[in-house]
Design a protein around this ligand. Structure first.
Ligand code: C2O
Ligand code: CU
Ligand code: CU
Length: 519
């Protein structure tokens, strides 16, 4: 019902442009960066506000915060509402197109917010930085060209100190980009292309969301996929492209098929890999995405479940402070597969050439080379550790506009950055948590991982490391305690102030976030 209403609203919007944007007249727009005379390919109004959704099968509806969109101009098919979900719309754009989003904050009380387009490389005043928060009742104009390659991106709030609770209340939406190379790969599309957002929540006796703001991260006891608990999905005995998103505040998933069938990974944060890669399981940290190609035909007429397997050592005290600890095993999503049609389906097999011909690439990726990095022999290092009661990066916490000397980079240079989940020599602190590190702006490539040297940390690392998808373009990378990751990042296209931070939202909100400046 909700989705049908939303769909009708979108359809209506296509013919009655200005009449459907009342808040444009009612409130003032807090910035004025709209490019004069440039017509965007998609022009929408996006609102963050309170809603009520029947999440649990019985009892009361749940009060949530959610994004809703209405169309001003452009193709209505570019904005899709997920049925029966608190999640925001799925926005679909093509590389090279331009989007305009008039965002309205209609959250209650004094709740400031901003919209960050996670994974998309946009000008710094369009990036949802906390210095551009929007007060309740105000609007902000986001407008940018889509320069990213095809991939599974998303959007969520980014006010300092309140990102965790706002995402938890439901504020998140998907942003899927297509490009000609990806379209030519002939992958399953339409209803065979499934975005699946995995989140964990806790509900009270009245079906309302419970948020515990813990230093170690929030871990809910109910797993939801696209906003639906105990989700079961009916699929055909055919090939599918699954876009798996970890939309959780803090939980890490170790995803595997319940019968032990390996996963065929075709994409990561920034779109398609060069070739499909087979994994026994996939380790998916908060904000990471992975694309999986699957032939449900192998389970024709059966049920197959995507599970999260057991792992150890990612969370300090929080490991035991919930009924479903980080690292516990549980079911994520069950697929009931229809019996295989006779004759074998043909409609959805245009991509088979690359499956049957091993040397046909999915995409081309320009590989960065360490030799081209301006700091190849002395990587920029970022120690991730807890000191004086809070998680820090190099001992620092977030400052709204400050940039330290070692946080300045030059446009069009390639650098090695090294994240180190450890305490630097001579400092006091602890390093007993996993950290999904995220960099705003350009995407990066993983150069190498250096395992923990401590025996216990090494043993914990062994429980997740075979699921690290480090191929392709990344914007978020998981470090287990004691681990180091070296990555190559090139600062292209835009100068300005961008964020890098831990995407465990309770760490981020406590200040495990810093600016870097591209000059
Ligand atoms: Cu998805 Cu700075 O965040
Ligand atoms: Cu981001
Ligand atoms: Cu962290």
């Amino acid at each position: 019902m909700l989705s049908r209403r939303a769909f009708l609203r979108l359809a209506l919007g296509a013919t009655t442009t200005l009449a459907l944007s009342p808040f444009l007249r009612r409130t003032h727009v807090s910035n004025r960066s709209q490019a004069q005379g440039v017509t965007p390919d998609l022009d929408i109004n996006l609102t963050a506000g309170t809603d009520s959704v029947q999440i649990l099968p019985s009892g009361a509806a749940t009060t949530v915060w959610r994004y809703t969109a209405t169309l001003n101009s452009g193709d209505a098919a570019k904005v899709e509402t997920l049925p029966n979900s608190y999640l925001g719309p799925i926005i679909r754009m093509n590389q090279g197109e331009r989007i305009r989003v008039t965002f309205a904050n209609q959250l209650p009380g004094t709740e400031e917010t901003s919209v960050h387009w996670h994974g998309l490389h946009v000008p710094d005043d369009m990036d949802g930085h906390p210095r551009y928060v929007i007060a309740p009742g105000e609007t902000y104009l986001y407008e940018f060209p889509i320069i990213n390659r095809a991939g599974s991106y998303w959007f969520h709030p980014h006010p300092h100190g309140r990102t965790g609770p706002q995402v938890y209340q439901g504020l998140a939406g998907l942003f899927i980009v297509h490009d000609p190379e990806e379209q030519a790969a002939g992958l399953p599309s339409g209803k065979y292309d499934l975005p699946l957002v995995i989140q964990d929540r806790t509900f009270d006796a009245n079906n309302q969301l419970v948020y515990q703001n813990s230093t170690d991260g929030f871990f809910g006891d109910t797993i939801l996929v696209n906003g639906i608990p105990n989700a079961t999905l009916a699929v055909e005995a055919d090939w599918y492209r699954l876009r798996l998103y970890n939309g959780s505040n803090a939980r890490i998933y170790k995803l595997a098929w319940s019968d032990g069938t390996p996963l065929t990974v075709i994409g990561s944060d920034g779109g398609l890999l060069e070739y499909p890669v087979t994994y026994p399981y996939v380790t998916l940290a908060p904000a990471e995405r992975v694309e999986v190609l699957v032939d449900f035909g192998r389970w024709s007429g059966q049920t197959i479940t995507l599970r999260s397997l057991e792992f150890t050592g990612a969370t300090p005290g929080g490991q035991n402070n919930t009924t479903l600890p980080n690292g516990a095993a549980f079911d994520v999503l069950s697929f009931t597969v229809a019996p295989r049609a006779t004759p074998t389906p043909t409609a959805n097999t245009t991509f088979l050439p690359f499956v049957t011909r091993a040397n046909t690439p999915l995409s081309t990726i320009e590989r960065y080379s360490l030799d081209d990095a301006i700091n190849a022999s002395s990587p920029r290092t970022f120690y991730l550790y807890r000191t004086f009661g809070t998680w820090t990066i190099n001992g620092r916490t977030f400052e709204l506009t400050a940039v330290a000397n070692d946080e300045n980079v030059q446009l069009n240079t390639l650098e090695v950055w090294e994240f180190i989940s450890d305490v630097p020599n001579g400092a006091m602190g602890t390093n007993n948590s996993a950290h999904p590190m995220h960099i705003h702006g350009p995407l990066f490539q993983v150069l190498e991982r250096i395992p923990p040297t401590d025996a216990t940390q090494r043993a914990n690392w062994e429980t997740v490391k075979d699921g690290y998808v480090d191929d392709g373009w990344k914007d978020t990378i998981l470090l287990m305690p004691g681990e180091r990751v070296r990555l190559l990042i090139k600062f292209h296209d835009y100068t300005g102030l961008y964020l890098y931070h831990c995407h465990l939202l309770e760490h981020e909100d406590r200040g495990m976030m810093r600016n870097y400046r591209v000059s």
